[in-house]
Design a protein around this ligand. Sequence first.
Ligand code: SAM
Length: 289
Amino acid sequence: MPSISVKEFLFWKKTQLSKGGDHQSLALLLDSAGGISNSDLNLSRIKSREHLYLRKNLDYLESIWEDHLLSSSPIQYLCGITFWRDLKLKVTDKVLIPRPESELIVDIVFKIFGKKPQKVFFAELGTGSGAISIALALKYPLWDGIATDIDQDALEIATKNYINSSKHSNLKFFCGHWWTPLESYKGKLDLAISNPPYIPQDTYEKLPKEVKNFEPKIALLGGEDGLKHIREIIQNAPLFLREKGWLILENHYDQGEKVKQLLIKNKFKAVEIVNDLSGVGRFTIGRYK
Ligand SMILES: C[S@@+](CC[C@H](N)C(=O)[O-])C[C@H]1O[C@@H](n2cnc3c(N)ncnc32)[C@H](O)[C@@H]1O
């Protein structure tokens, strides 16, 4: 393991940041590839340690950092790792990098279902890296879940992430178009969740290059008005949800009211727009009849 003095390491860090990029991305690189987290660094200061032990040498870490700055490739893809809630997830360019705002979906579920030990059968449509479903399956080991995606490569990553995070077997992975893989579970779901592609065509064209050039288009683009997939998911949801089953959707910052109306039109009750931490109506939830 390469060893380095704390002083030298801090100087190296400052030099890298002076080339560009942000603190968070560098911290992710250092933690996932270098094996040094921010708390390791703080601890070494508190304990006046003089040396740090790195998993990879600084030249290697610097080459990834420069690749990130030059190509605009997200640091998560270059390191193959992202941190989301308390999970460490494998990511490749086959899956969307799960976003911090989507972490709140898990809190919405906690709020609805609380700590009740009741059995719940849930499905997540479009699981990507598996983040949301894995967080729920870990929190509720007695629940059973199905996570689906149209992309087999994404499902392979989600499956690996589940195996790496859990000792249980309460989550299954199926491939297919939205509700199609759930044909045999009609009327049986207590909860369905989706963070579908919802970016409108014209917004998609203007996305920053680190998103547009690297993250899967299939995970982002929601058709002309962004609502193509949300519409399809809502229209078919009544076939798959149990009576009083919940549907939780993530949507674009300005789609909340339209999604709310779609839910009401499809006989959902208790329809509510839920804000994210920046006060944006990011989620729309409802209960079927
Ligand atoms: C916005 S990403 C969300 C990924 C993950 N749930 C998250 O929150 O990070 C949307 C996901 O839906 C999947 N998807 C796109 N079209 C689909 C379809 N027709 N049927 C099922 N999944 C689809 C994509 O492959 C992608 O993984």
